[in-house]
Design a binder for this molecule. Structure first.
Ligand code: ARG
Length: 462
């Protein structure tokens, strides 16, 4: 593998160095962004009268032709030409002749790659926002359909209080809503143009930085040439956001795994999102949920790689930064594949209303309600908690539920517990709707929450 290295180092690099040096097998993914950036730069050179309008037109024509070749799969990527930038420029020069050599005037691969990466992160970031929105809407659809499905709310994976499935689904939705906002914020912050920063300290050519930024739909040119070429915190931020999203998806995945077990039996995933076993003919495994859970490890790995890559790196550009591609590409690919699969799996899942309802029957889920009832009769909460705890103990010894203890035994703890009203207090369905405060699981609150979420999700993002 020989690399054309210009006049300073005319010989070929060592073969092992050539393998280490080349990145085109990975960064060719940036070809669209690279060509967009080059077209804007060529036009900017003409605006600055560094090249003529005719030369700019010739460069744009050539770049468009290169794009067509790549699109049609006719382009021969050459590892000896190191990276996506050199490959495209070399082909441009083959097509246009010496004018191709004018494209790189006032530009370095350092501001070029920084530009490509910002364009890439913006494009894929928007795609991811759309995919999060699809998942949010699948969850909202199920929350609406399962509005009257009651189930326990858990802490420590132990039954805690009566709740409803739609309230639980709306908790998933809240996490994803923040993920969407975080990504939109990151996109807004990264949307600045490095072009004109050159290798590190700008260029003497009077480049039209504002105009070029505008052509690429960036909000503005970056303010500092050293920062523009050396900083990748925008990738750390996006990858961290995707890692948090991955963690959220893994929690949803874990719940679907648990809920689809025979032990829970709360959900039945569509056959199209499950697999069987190569040995055990009866198996139906919730692979979609397990894979989503597993992929989050890679998302965290990508964010970690990007953080460590830049750690302690002196300013400006260092070649280490070439290694930022694979983690960010993987992070986006992983997020998108998980979001799309989970959207389908959730939209087609069937929840077992009977099993969820039945789970309220064991575990004394209305113990808190009973303590609160005593509070209403003037007992201090601590004392009420203690008294009801004693009753739970008694019920456990008898192998019955709190509500199955005879009235006289309840009444022995506190006279008002003998009251027939207590039966209503101990009815889980009524207990859910008693929690009518903001953020609670009462039907009317969940209806409100779903309506508000529908409005928020359908509002256009950044
Ligand atoms: N392939 C390089 C990267 O991804 C482009 C910049 C190379 N700059 C340099 N001075 N060698 O970071």
């Amino acid at each position: 593998m020989s690399v054309a290295r210009g006049g300073r180092l005319p010989g070929a690099v060592d073969a092992a160095m050539a393998r280490l040096n080349t990145s085109v097998d990975i960064d060719c993914e940036l070809w669209r962004e690279d060509i967009m950036g080059s077209i804007a730069h060529a036009r900017g050179l003409a605006l600055a009268h560094v090249i003529t309008e005719e030369e700019a037109a010739e460069l744009v024509r050539g770049l468009t032709e290169v794009a067509g070749e790549i699109e049609r799969g006719e382009f021969a990527w050459d590892p000896a030409r190191e990276d996506v930038h050199m490959n495209i420029e070399a082909r441009l020069t083959e097509l246009c002749g010496p004018v191709g050599g004018k494209l790189h005037t006032g530009r370095s691969r350092n501001d070029q790659i920084a530009t490509d990466l910002r364009l890439y992160a913006r494009r894929r970031g928007r795609e991811t926002v759309a995919a999060i929105t699809e998942l949010g809407s699948a969850i909202l659809g199920q929350a609406e359909a399962e509005l009257d499905t009651v189930m326990p709310a858990y802490t420590h994976l132990q039954r805690g209080q009566p709740s409803r499935l739609s309230h639980h689904l709306m908790a998933w939705q809240e996490m994803l809503w923040r993920d969407r906002q975080r990504l939109e914020d990151a996109i807004t912050r990264l949307n600045e143009c490095p072009l004109g920063a050159g290798a590190v300290a700008g260029t003497g050519f009077p480049l039209a930085r504002e105009a070029v930024a505008e052509m690429l739909e960036f909000a503005r040119p970056m303010r500092n040439s050293i920062d523009a070429t050396a900083s990748r915190d925008f990738l750390m931020e996006v990858a961290s956001t995707l890692a948090i999203l991955g963690v959220h998806l893994s929690r949803i995945g874990e719940e679907l795994v648990l809920w689809s077990s025979q032990e829970f039996g709360f959900v039945n995933l569509a056959d199209t999102f499950t697999t069987s076993s190569s040995m055990m003919p009866q198996k139906k495994n919730p692979d979609v949920a397990e894979l989503v859970r597993g992929k989050s490890a890679l998302a965290i790995g990508a964010a970690t790689a990007l953080l460590v890559l830049e750690k302690s790196l002196c300013l400006g550009y260092g070649r280490d930064l070439q290694e930022d591609k694979r983690p960010i590409f993987d992070a986006f690919d992983g997020a998108l594949v998980c979001l799309r699969a989970l959207t389908g799996a959730i939209a087609t899942a069937r929840f077992s209303r009977e099993r969820m309802r039945a789970a309220l029957d064991r575990g004394h889920l209305c113990a808190t309600d009973l303590a609160d009832f005593l509070v209403g009769k003037g007992t201090p909460f601590r004392a009420a908690h203690h008294a009801v705890g004693g009753l739970v103990r008694l019920a456990e010894e008898r192998g019955v539920e709190l509500g199955e203890l005879p009235a006289d035994e309840l009444g022995a703890v506190h006279p008002s517990l003998g009251d027939p009203e207590v039966r209503r207090v101990l009815d889980p369905a009524q207990a859910v709707d008693r929690r009518g405060l903001l953020g609670g699981p009462a039907r009317s609150r969940v209806v409100e929450a779903i309506a508000a979420a529908r409005r928020a999700w359908s509002a256009d993002g950044s």
